[in-house]
Design a protein around this ligand. Structure first.
Ligand SMILES: [Zn+2]
Length: 109
C-alpha cells in the first residue's frame, strides 16, 4: 500500500520543522526496533525476525547475511538470489526479494 506524501497533504511535518517552530523536541514518534531512530508514522517498516526495522536497518541486515544464508531465506540458488538482490533498486524491491513482511510504523511500533 502506498501512503500519500505527508509534505503534500500537510498532515504531519518532519521533526526539524516542528523543532524550529516550537524550539523543543516533540514527543517521540515511532522508533525502529534496531537503531531506535525516529520514524514518521507513515514510514515503511520491515519485519526482520519478528522485529520491525527501518529501511536502513533492513538493508544492513540483508547485507550482513552471507550469500548462502540469503539464498536459504529466498529458497533459490545462491547465484539467482544474488542476482535478484543486485537488481533490487528500492528497499521495497529488496524486501520483496527477501520475502520480508512490510508494514507502516504507526501500525506496528
Ligand atoms: Zn533502524
Amino acid at each position: 500500500m502506498r501512503i500519500e506524501n505527508t509534505m503534500v497533504t500537510g498532515y504531519g511535518k518532519p521533526d526539524e520543522v516542528i523543532w524550529s517552530v516550537h524550539g523543543y523536541e516533540p514527543d517521540p514518534v515511532y522508533r525502529c526496533e534496531r537503531c531506535k531512530d525516529k520514524l514518521l508514522g507513515d514510514a515503511t517498516v520491515y519485519n526482520w525476525d519478528g522485529e520491525w526495522f527501518c529501511e536502513d536497518c533492513m538493508n544492513d541486515a540483508v547485507n550482513s547475511l552471507s550469500p548462502e544464508d540469503r539464498a536459504d531465506v529466498v529458497g533459490e540458488s545462491v547465484a539467482y538470489t544474488e542476482q535478484m538482490v543486485e537488481l533490487a533498486r528500492t528497499y521495497g524491491e529488496l524486501a520483496k526479494v527477501m520475502k520480508l513482511e512490510t508494514s507502516i510504523a504507526r501500525e506496528e511500533l
